[in-house]
Design a protein. Structure first.
Lengths: 422, 254
C-alpha cells in the first residue's frame, strides 16, 4: 500500500512529507524555481515583471501599516496623515515609501508594458496574458486614484470630484450613478469612507489577477527578445538560479533609485496643493492628476465635447484590450520589423508628450499639441498597426535563439544576427 | 548601470516638484538644508522661532508642532517647559464640566491665535491666514518662495490700482496679497545679537518653517545615505554572483 503513494521529489523529509500531501513546494518550484524553463536570451527589460510583483508587496505591507494609523473621516484624515508623518515611529518613512511606491509601481509597469509592445509579447498565443495585464493596469489606476483621495488634501478632494464627474456624461443614468458612487451629492465623508474600503480591497484583487497572469504566462513561457518560438531544450535555462539572481540584482538597483526619491525627493512626484487641507469652498487654480494618469487626462481635455472626451479617455485604455488583433504581423520582435521599430519610437515619444501636456494648462499651443498627440495615439493603434502588416517587409527570422548569438554571418540572416549581437 | 547613474545625477538637480503650478520666479537661496547632506542651522531655527512667536503667530497658527518638538532646535527640557508655560491653553472639561485655562505644557501643540477658521476670517477682512506647519511643502517653490514672498513687498507700479485690504507683492501670484507686510526690519531684538535686517528675519523664519514642515528631514537624509550605500553594495555583490552563476551559459555561447 505504502509504495503506491506518489512521493514528492524533495529530499528534506519534512518538506517531502508536506509536499506529498500538499504540493505547494512543487508549485513554487514550477513557478519560479528549477522546474520552470526560461529562454536563456532574456535581456534586462524582462526584469520588470518581477519588480512589479515586489512593488505590490511593498505597497501592501506599507499600506497595512498606514491603515493602522489612518482615520477615514473628513475632519481627521488630513490630521491623521500628519500624525503619521510626525508622531508615529518611522511613520514618515512608511508613508513616503507608500506615496512614492505608487509612482514607482507605475514606472515599472509602464516599462513592462513598453517591453511587451516592443517585443510583441501580446501576440498569439499570449493574448490572454496581455489582456490580464491590462486588467491589472486598470485596477492599479483605480487603486491609485482611490488612494490619492485618502490624505484629504486639496488635490485629493478636487481630483475625486473631477474623476467621479466623468460618469455624469452617461445618458439618463449619469447623475444617479455619480450620486451612488459618491454616497451623496458631492464628495464628502461617505465618499471618503467607501474610497478607503475599496482602496484596501483592490490590491488583493490585483494580487489575484496577477496569479492568473502568471498561470497564463506559464502556459507558453516567456517571450524573448528575438520573438521566436523556442523549439530546443538547449535554448532554455531553469528560472532558478539564473533569473532569480538576475532579478535580485535588478531589484537592488531598482531599490537604490527608489530610495533616492523616498529619502531625498519625497515630494518631487506629488503636488504641493495636497499639503493644503481639502476645502470644498475653494477650487485650486489648476486641478491636475498624478503624473501616471496624466496622458489620459491630456486625451480627455483634447476633445472639446465632454461626452466624447470621456469616451476618448476610456477608449484609449480600452483599445489596449484589442491590441493583439490590431497588430496582425506574425513577427513578434521589433528587432525584425524595421518600420514598426520607427513607429514604436514615435509612439513612445507621443505618449511622453501626452504625459507632459496633461499637467500643463490647456491654453495656447498646448491645446493644439494635445489634439495632435491624441489623434496620433489612436492613429498608431487603429491605422498604423493594421497597415504595417501589409506594407512592411520583416527581416528574416533566426531559426533558434542560439543561432544569431553563436554564429554571426551565417547565410540568410546576417543583418538580424549583427543587430542582435550588440 | 551608466544610464542609472545619469538618472540618479539628474534626480539631484534642484527641482522642487514635477507638477507644481506656475509661480513667479523669485529669489533662489542656497539653503543649508538643501542637498543630500543638508542640515538645519540651529541658531537660525532659534531666531526663526523668535520671529514666528513675535510676529507671525499673531495671525498664523502652527498647529502640527508641539512645544516638545522644540528640542530639535537645541533647547533643553527646562527651557521648553518655561517657553510652553508662557502660553495659555484652554483645557477641560474638568470634573465640574467647566472648561478652564492653564499654562502650556511641553506636550501641548502650539496655541493657535484664533479659536476657529471663521474667527480668523472675521479678524482678517475675510481672508484666512493659513496654518504654517506645512507651508514650505504646500507651496510651489517651497522655502525659496516663502523667503521671496516675505521680502517681496515693494512699491506697486504706478498704473496698478491696489484695492483696500490688499497689498502689492512682487512675488505673489497676481501680485495682490491680503497679508499686510509682516517684516520691516528690527521687528524683533535677537537674543544672540544678530542684526535683525528684513532679509535676516525672512531667512530665519523660513528656515524655522522649513523645519516645521519636515522635522524628520535630517534623519531622513541620514537614513537615505545608509540605505543607498547598503543597496549599492548589495547590487555590486549580486552582480558578481550573477556573473558567476551565468558563466557556464555565457561560456557555451562563446
Amino acid at each position: 500500500m505504502k509504495s503506491s503513494i506518489p512521493k514528492s521529489q524533495f529530499k528534506n523529509p519534512v518538506i517531502n512529507w508536506i509536499d506529498t500531501r500538499l504540493p505547494i513546494f512543487t508549485a513554487v518550484n514550477e513557478a519560479v524555481g528549477t522546474e520552470h524553463p526560461t529562454p536563456k536570451n532574456l535581456n534586462y527589460w524582462w526584469n520588470f515583471g518581477s519588480l512589479a510583483g515586489v512593488t505590490l508587496v511593498i505597497m501592501i505591507i506599507t499600506g497595512i501599516a498606514l491603515a493602522m494609523n489612518y482615520t477615514a473621516h473628513v475632519d481627521h484624515a488630513f490630521d491623521s496623515v500628519e500624525r503619521i508623518m510626525r508622531d508615529v515611529n518611522g511613520g514618515w518613512l512608511i508613508r513616503y515609501i507608500h506615496m512614492n511606491g505608487a509612482s514607482f509601481f507605475f514606472i515599472v509597469v509602464y516599462i513592462h508594458m513598453a517591453r511587451s509592445l516592443y517585443y510583441g509579447s501580446y501576440k498569439a498565443p499570449r493574448e490572454l496574458l496581455w489582456i490580464l495585464g491590462v486588467v491589472i493596469y486598470l485596477l492599479m489606476m483605480a487603486t491609485a486614484f482611490l488612494g490619492y483621495t485618502l490624505p484629504w488634501g486639496q488635490m485629493s478632494f478636487w481630483g475625486a470630484t473631477v474623476i467621479t464627474n466623468f460618469f455624469s456624461v452617461i445618458p439618463f443614468v449619469g447623475e444617479p450613478i455619480v450620486n451612488w458612487l459618491l454616497g451623496g451629492y458631492t464628495v464628502d465623508n461617505p465618499t471618503l469612507n467607501r474610497f478607503y474600503a475599496l482602496h484596501y480591497l483592490l490590491p488583493f484583487v490585483i494580487a489575484g489577477v496577477i496569479l492568473l497572469h502568471i498561470v497564463a504566462l506559464h502556459r507558453f513561457g516567456s517571450n524573448n527578445p528575438l520573438g521566436i518560438d523556442i523549439k530546443s531544450d538547449k535554448d532554455m535555462i531553469p528560472f532558478h538560479p539564473y533569473y532569480t539572481i538576475k532579478d535580485f540584482f535588478g531589484l537592488a538597483v531598482f531599490l537604490a533609485v527608489f530610495c533616492v526619491f523616498v529619502f531625498f525627493l519625497p515630494n518631487f512626484l506629488g503636488h504641493p496643493d495636497n499639503y493644503v487641507p481639502a476645502d470644498p469652498m475653494s477650487t485650486p487654480a489648476h486641478i491636475v492628476p498624478e503624473w501616471y494618469l496624466s496622458p489620459f487626462y491630456a486625451i480627455l481635455r483634447a476633445v472639446p465635447d465632454k461626452l466624447l472626451g470621456v469616451l476618448a479617455m476610456f477608449g484609449a485604455i480600452g483599445i489596449l484590450f484589442i491590441l493583439p488583433w490590431l497588430d496582425r504581423s506574425p513577427v513578434r520582435s521589433a528587432h525584425y520589423r524595421p518600420m514598426y521599430k520607427i513607429f514604436y519610437i514615435i509612439f513612445i515619444i507621443n505618449m511622453l508628450g501626452l504625459g507632459y501636456l496633461g499637467v500643463q494648462n490647456p491654453e495656447g499651443i498646448y491645446i493644439l499639441l494635445g489634439r495632435v498627440c491624441t489623434a496620433w495615439y489612436f492613429i498608431h493603434f487603429l491605422v498604423v498597426m493594421p497597415l504595417l502588416n501589409i506594407i512592411e517587409t520583416p527581416m528574416a527570422l533566426p531559426k533558434s535563439v542560439s543561432d544569431p548569438i553563436f554564429s554571426s554571418g551565417s547565410s540568410g540572416m546576417a543583418p538580424a544576427a549583427r543587430r542582435s549581437k550588440k | 548601470m551608466y544610464k542609472y547613474f545619469i538618472f540618479i545625477v539628474l534626480c539631484f538637480l534642484p527641482i522642487q516638484s514635477f507638477s507644481a503650478g506656475p509661480s513667479i520666479k523669485g529669489e533662489t537661496i542656497d539653503w543649508g538644508f538643501n542637498g543630500p547632506f543638508g542640515k538645519f542651522n540651529k541658531s537660525s531655527l532659534q531666531r526663526g522661532l523668535q520671529v514666528y512667536t513675535e510676529v507671525c503667530s499673531s495671525c498664523h497658527s502652527l498647529k502640527y508642532i508641539a512645544y516638545r518638538n522644540l528640542s530639535d532646535l537645541g533647547y533643553n527640557k527646562s527651557e521648553i517647559k518655561a517657553f510652553a508655560s508662557t502660553f495659555t491653553v484652554t483645557d477641560g472639561p474638568n470634573d465640574d464640566g467647566e472648561m478652564f485655562e492653564r499654562p502650556g505644557m511641553p506636550a501641548d501643540h502650539f496655541v493657535s491665535p484664533y479659536p476657529n477658521m471663521n474667527a480668523a476670517r472675521a479678524a482678517n477682512g475675510g481672508a484666512y491666514p493659513p496654518d504654517l506647519s506645512l507651508i514650505t511643502k504646500a507651496r510651489g517653490g517651497g522655502a525659496d518662495y516663502l523667503y521671496s514672498l516675505l521680502i517681496g513687498y515693494k512699491k506697486p507700479p504706478e498704473n496698478l490700482e491696489v484695492r483696500e485690504g490688499l497689498y502689492y507683492n512682487k512675488y505673489y501670484s497676481g501680485n495682490l496679497i491680503a497679508m499686510p507686510q509682516p517684516l520691516y526690519g528690527e521687528d524683533v531684538t535677537y537674543a544672540d545679537g544678530t542684526n535683525a535686517s528684513i532679509e535676516q528675519m525672512a531667512s530665519d523664519v523660513t528656515e524655522f518653517l522649513a523645519w516645521a514642515a519636515e522635522p524628520e528631514m535630517e534623519v531622513r537624509k541620514r537614513t537615505g545615505i545608509a540605505a543607498i550605500t547598503f543597496l549599492l553594495i548589495m547590487a555590486v555583490l549580486s552582480y558578481i554572483a550573477k556573473q558567476q552563476i551565468w558563466a557556464n551559459v555565457k561560456k557555451k555561447q562563446a
